[in-house]
Design a protein around this ligand. Structure first.
Ligand code: HMG
Ligand code: MG
Length: 316
């Protein structure tokens, strides 16, 4: 059963949207950060179950250098196994080599991922802040010429483990440059989860003032400091309607030590359905999927909603 209605007698605050899009990143952002490599069979099942649970967008994997992220070195095999059903699932692509690999497999949606800070650009992309644009520019141009849709991520929007605070102007400048390469959407990443609600509103307002309206913005919160759901609510109130989240709260970034799991999709769905906002997600089916994946990984899900709805189903 799809549970999307607010509890009886509770109405949706008038200024909130009637529906939002959840962009599911568990198979990519989640599994890229696991100590063990999840077998490709389990990844295929995970993605099929996420789609069956009603997630409208499921990011599948990354065509990055396999030595940089060995957990996703099976990207080509995974996309081949997914066949037609995989072609509309977004995949991360950092450069032209990654694009070639994605094109060979018929992928129709790619995501580039830039950094708002110098240090993370070097650590995550082996490039400087400025050089990253030279890497992305031909990648996006060729992707668009081939008819692909391109999403752009910008990381370290709210703070950086090496550089500390990141000025809003700097984030907007980098984000706008990435978007203007030819992206249809810009996802604002709180890679290490340090952001708080007022900062979210200020950053979104600054992007609006720079000419990027809410309907091309997405938010991507990691939950390191327990702020992800409050930050999602702040973004919702601001007018954002695309939210990245990860089933079961899987996630992190192997090149940002303090990055922990993403906002759990179940926690987000619980809040949205409680507000009477349509997501299309079947929450019990999603919880069952995350509980199953927790079994594959051998550890409980950090999601509060998964824990509440599927108690006692995990190994101690
Ligand atoms: P590099 O070593 O500088 O690459 O890595 P290069 O261009 O110098 O090439 C060296 C060799 O790598 C060459 O092979 C290339 O062909 C090969 P050789 O000629 O020596 O045999 N190569 C590739 N092979 C396969 N696929 C490729 C590829 N590119 C080059 N795509 C590179 C530069 C960007 C590739 C590397 O730094 C990299 O792979 N980084 C990815 C790191 C990553 O995936 N991080 C996690 C994702 S970002 C994230 O999680 C944040 C996000 O969630 C948002 C948020 O939370 O903020 C999105
Ligand atoms: Mg992330």
């Amino acid at each position: 059963m799809v549970e999307e209605r607010a509890p009886a007698g509770v109405s949706r605050p008038g200024d909130l949207p009637a529906r939002v899009t959840i962009y599911e990143v568990g198979a990519r952002d989640g599994l890229q950060n696991e100590d063990t490599v999840v077998p490709v069979d389990a990844k295929v099942e995970f993605i099929h179950r996420l789609l069956a649970a009603g997630l409208p967008v499921v990011e599948a994997t990354s065509f990055v250098h396999p030595k940089w992220v060995p957990q996703l070195a099976d990207a080509a095999e995974l996309m081949t196994r997914l066949g037609d059903s995989g072609r509309d699932l977004p995949v991360l692509v950092p450069n032209e080599r990654g694009l070639d690999r994605a094109l060979e497999l018929g992928c129709r949606h790619i995501a580039i991922f830039g950094s708002a800070t110098e240090t993370f650009a070097q650590r995550n992309l082996n490039s400087t802040l400025d050089e990253q644009f030279a890497m992305f520019e031909p990648t996006v141009t060729r992707a668009r010429a081939a008819g692909l849709d391109v999403r752009a991520y910008v990381s370290m929007c709210f703070g950086d483990p090496w550089e500390g605070d990141v000025p809003i102007d700097q984030v907007v400048q980098v984000g706008k440059c990435l978007f203007d390469l030819g992206a249809s959407q810009l996802s604002l990443g709180d890679t290490i989860g340090v952001g708080t609600a007022g900062h979210v509103s200020d950053l979104l307002t600054a992007f609006n003032e720079a000419g990027l309206p809410d309907d091309v913005l997405a938010v991507h919160f990691h939950d390191t400091y327990g702020q992800a759901l409050a930050n999602a609510y702040a973004a919702l109130q601001h007018g954002v309607t695309t939210f990245d989240a990860s089933a079961g709260g899987l996630g992190g970034c192997p090149y940002a030590e303090s990055a922990t799991g993403n906002l759990a999709t179940e926690d987000l769905v619980w809040m949205l359905h409680g507000l009477g906002i349509h997501t299309g997600v079947d929450l019990p089916a999603l919880v069952a999927t995350s509980t199953w994946m927790a079994g594959v990984l051998g550890r409980p899900s950090p999601s509060r909603v998964v824990t509440a709805l599927a108690p006692g189903t995990m190994p101690a």
